[in-house]
Design a protein. Structure first.
Length: 221
């Protein structure tokens, strides 16, 4: 079976901030200042669809471990425009696991969430009955219904906390670098060489100023 899982998407979210932060860190000097021109050049080299897919897969795997749900990443769906919807993560899940979640979920939480998600209102026409008891057998629920079950099962949680390791374990940096197509690797190498040269030059400059300060501090010199 296919399901969605709770995910805020990549539009002005903690996840887009994580990626932006990692990208800025690719070409920072020793003081932590990003090199704008190098970052901008890298932006046009990278394949961000690859980065987002890798991030979504890692998110799904982390989500499954955190909440002890047996599911597997299937795909990431991203809208052409973010006017009315955002990115969605789809996962594979067995009927047996869906039945287990249904047995263990707080039915009041499921009732409230289903009503909130599927009640028609101005500007929104629901294709689902807002009362989950009218959905029939869980064996026939679709990805939106199972996704609502999972969301009710896990309750509220902080997606930023869930993905805090991705900020420091180097995965995001690796996904960014490996996203650059083979025919653009030479340009990426050139950016890295420029970055290394600028850091080395700045280090020499700082070392000279530090030595000069040491000499000025010595009486009689």
């Amino acid at each position: 079976m296919i399901t969605t899982i709770p995910f805020d998407g990549f539009y002005e979210s903690v996840h887009s901030s994580n990626i932006d932060f990692a990208e800025e860190g690719l070409f920072q000097n020793d003081r932590g200042d990003a090199n704008g021109p190098l970052n901008e050049r890298f932006y046009w080299l990278a394949n961000y669809s690859h980065v987002l897919a890798k991030y979504a897969q890692d998110y799904a795997e982390t989500f499954a471990r955190e909440f002890e749900i047996d599911l597997k990443f299937e795909s990431l769906s991203s809208p052409r425009e973010y006017n009315f919807t955002t990115d969605r993560i789809f996962c594979e899940i067995s009927r047996k696991e869906v039945r287990r979640l249904f047995r263990e979920v707080n039915k009041i939480a499921l009732y409230k969430l289903a009503k909130e998600r599927f009640t028609s209102r101005d500007g929104f026409s629901s294709f689902y009955d807002p009362y989950w008891k009218n959905w029939g057998s869980v064996d026939k629920w679709d990805h939106n219904q199972i996704g609502t079950l999972i969301a009710a099962f896990v309750g509220d949680f902080d997606e930023g906390d869930l993905m805090q390791d991705v900020d420091c374990n180097g995965d995001l940096t690796n996904w960014l670098y490996e996203s650059v197509p083979a025919d653009k690797k030479a340009e990426l190498d050139r950016l890295c060489h420029i970055h290394d040269y600028l850091r080395e030059r700045e280090g020499r400059k700082w070392g000279a100023w530090r030595n000069r300060g040491d000499r000025l501090a010595i009486p009689g010199v």
